[in-house]
Design a protein around this ligand. Structure first.
Ligand code: G6P
Length: 611
């Protein structure tokens, strides 16, 4: 979390940095700030979003060709003006921004307090900055040397960008555990938490690794490790267009991303699925085919929506591959001392590829000999790089904080992996596999059919927009969809919503049912249909208001429901790829109806790089 941007070159730094920050606002928006080098350091910052910063600095002198900027997701210290980044060192000579957490900050702070340092903020960042400042002043060494010494004492995660009053065109950057990309231009360099701030300027980028330090001036990029050895930067070409990160005529990124799903699912299948030859090509996964087929068990590790993709995949994998599957919250798994043996295969699922808990969970499992496969969206991200192999989801940049298209892309990749293993292991008849491959190919068209008729969903959303609580129920493979539907609603509308297995409702949530409670059922025609119908009746008997997602042509669920959303018929195993779409739209329309900032819900961040 937190977005960082930097620029040094011949352009004015301010517009480049501000534009970059706006693109990274999905990473946090508790406060925003910028530091410019213009015959000295000038820092402007405040609580709230970037728009507020722009209003506040109207009329100020914003000249300068070197600058750094920050958009914050608060960890240490509440969101307010004084805790906003950049921070200025006690000497006033250094300005710094930081993404991450300095775990031993209180110890370092004690040391500095004893030396007479005073702090203006409650942040761990200001502690690290003054720690660097103190080393620099006392040892009379260069900033680079001081940073190197300081970082050897630091535990935690960081990307830091520093500018020094005495070095007008230089930015010093260092990384451990949080993402940092450097864009290489002609006579200019860009820095960002991801590549979006530099997209219109350069396609040449360097992904900085942990324990690396970069000294960047307009014409020069020097990369070193903490041992002061010079490294050769690996410059890669970005495969990303500007249009992919703009709203393209939609009111919100979330809506744009929901509507992109026919294309993103298609892109995910493209070149991998060949229904003529009944073939799936997933080269990364195929390298480890033997290990996956012989795995003792497959453990899916993820957070948030990606965890729901893992839960859904458990159904695919058990059905298709007859392998034991466990699905773990990365944040629990990493601290539980789980029993991992070399025959285990871990599938890490992550849109950003940077989620701290998922990253550490797989690092631990890798150290214990497990094979790590990544199902990741952001190319070149930390999880992608640490995995032995994997398959990218190719959903393109997802900017809306609530995940939508990344989820369906994850489901698409995971179902292909499951079918590939089933082919290799012979655990599902080839007839069934081939039918599923054809069904998979038809999914983008069916998602498009749902998107062609959103007016019903919109009017149901309007009707229920002022409700206090919601219950989402589903069974079998649609149970994780109920969880995801409830999560989407909570995230973007702040309405309390709970997802539950429909049958389990009797053991608790049924106590909530009265004539005020809307209950969303996923009641498509599948092997659980009759059971779900019974659960609907139980809710109806208690006067609950049933909203149902049903299969085209169905009448039984319809007669029990107050509001109905129809999805095309498809094989039960792939149904979540369809049933989740109306629930995403439903949450979106309710959020908009309630005047919520659906792209940037309060307190959330897209990329959670703190544990
Ligand atoms: C945050 C985001 C969620 C996302 C989760 C996991 O909470 O707001 O949308 O599902 O992190 O992120 P990942 O990038 O690992 O999928």
């Amino acid at each position: 979390m937190c977005g960082i941007v930097g620029y040094t070159g011949y352009r004015d730094a301010f517009p480049v940095v501000i534009k970059g920050l706006k693109r990274l606002e999905y990473r946090g928006y508790d406060s925003a700030g910028i530091a410019l080098h213009n015959k000295g350091l000038h820092v402007y910052k405040n609580m709230g979003k970037i728009e507020r910063l722009i209003e506040n600095i109207d009329g100020k002198d914003l000249a300068g060709h070197t600058g750094i900027g920050h958009t914050r997701w608060a960890t240490h210290g509440e969101p307010n003006d004084k805790n906003a980044h950049p921070h200025l060192s006690a000497s006033g000579k250094l300005a710094m921004i930081h993404n991450g957490i300095i775990e031993n900050y209180s110890q370092l702070k004690q040391e500095l307090l004893q030396k007479g340092y005073l702090f203006k903020s409650d942040t761990d960042t200001e502690v690290l900055l003054n720690f660097i400042d103190e080393i620099k002043e006392n040892n009379h060494c260069s900033l680079e040397e001081a940073v190197r010494i300081a970082l050897k004492r630091v535990t935690g995660a960081y990307v830091i960008l520093l500018i020094d009053q005495d070095a007008p065109d230089t930015i010093l950057a260092a990384r451990k555990g949080s993402p940092l990309v450097i864009g290489v231009g002609k006579g200019e360099h860009f820095l960002g938490s991801d590549a979006s701030p530099m997209l219109e300027f350069t396609k040449d980028v360097v992904y900085v690794n942990d324990y690396e330090l970069a000294i960047i001036s307009p014409d020069k990029l020097v990369l070193k490790n903490l041992g002061n050895e010079i490294l050769t930067p690996y410059v890669q070409k970005l495969d990303l267009e500007l249009s992919a990160i703009e709203k393209g005529g939609f009111d919100h990124f979330m809506l744009k991303e929901i509507f992109e799903q026919p294309h993103t699912i298609y892109d995910c299948l493209r070149g991998r699925l060949n229904t003529q030859k009944n073939k799936i090509t997933l080269s990364g996964i195929e390298q480890y085919a033997k290990e996956i087929c012989n795995a003792n068990r497959i453990i899916m590790v993820a957070c948030g929506t990606s965890w729901h993709a893992g839960l859904t995949a458990e159904y695919f994998f058990e059905e298709c591959c007859r392998t034991n599957v466990e699905v773990e919250y990365a944040s629990e798994f990493r601290y539980r001392n789980p029993i991992i043996t070399p025959g285990d295969v871990i599938i890490a699922i992550s849109q950003s590829g940077e989620t701290a808990d998922t990253l550490v969970a797989i690092e631990n499992a890798k150290a214990k000999g497990a094979i790590i496969l990544g199902v990741v969206n952001v190319v070149g991200s930390s999880i992608a790089r640490i995995s032995h192999a994997g398959a990218y989801t190719h959903a393109g940049p997802e900017i809306g904080v609530a995940s939508t298209k990344a989820f369906t892309a994850q489901l698409t990749v995971l179902s292909m992996i499951a079918l590939k293993i089933a082919q290799l292991k012979g655990t599902l008849s080839s007839d069934r596999i081939n039918r599923l491959l054809v069904e998979l190919e038809d999914i983008p068209g069916k998602v498009q059919q749902i998107l062609n008729n959103t007016s019903t969903i919109q009017s149901i959303a309007k009707k229920y927009a002022n409700t206090r609580d919601f219950l989402y129920l589903g069974r079998g493979i649609n149970f994780p969809v109920a969880l995801e539907g409830a999560l989407k609603l909570k995230e973007v509308s702040y309405i309390h919503a709970e997802g539950y297995p429909a049958a389990e409702m009797k053991h608790g949530p049924i106590a909530l049912v009265d004539d005020q409670l809307p209950v969303v059922f996923i009641a498509t025609k599948d092997s659980y249909f009759e059971k779900v119908i019974s659960n609907m009746q139980e809710v109806k008997a208690r006067k609950g208001k049933v909203i149902a997602v049903v299969s085209e042509g169905d009448q039984r669920a319809v007669t029990l429901s107050e509001s109905v959303i129809t999805v095309p018929v498809c094989d039960e195993m792939l149904a979540p790829l369809l049933t989740v779409v109306p629930l995403q739209l439903f949450a979106y329309y309710i959020g908009v109806e309630r005047g919520c900032d659906v792209d940037k819900p309060r307190n959330l961040a897209k990329s959670v790089t703190v544990e």
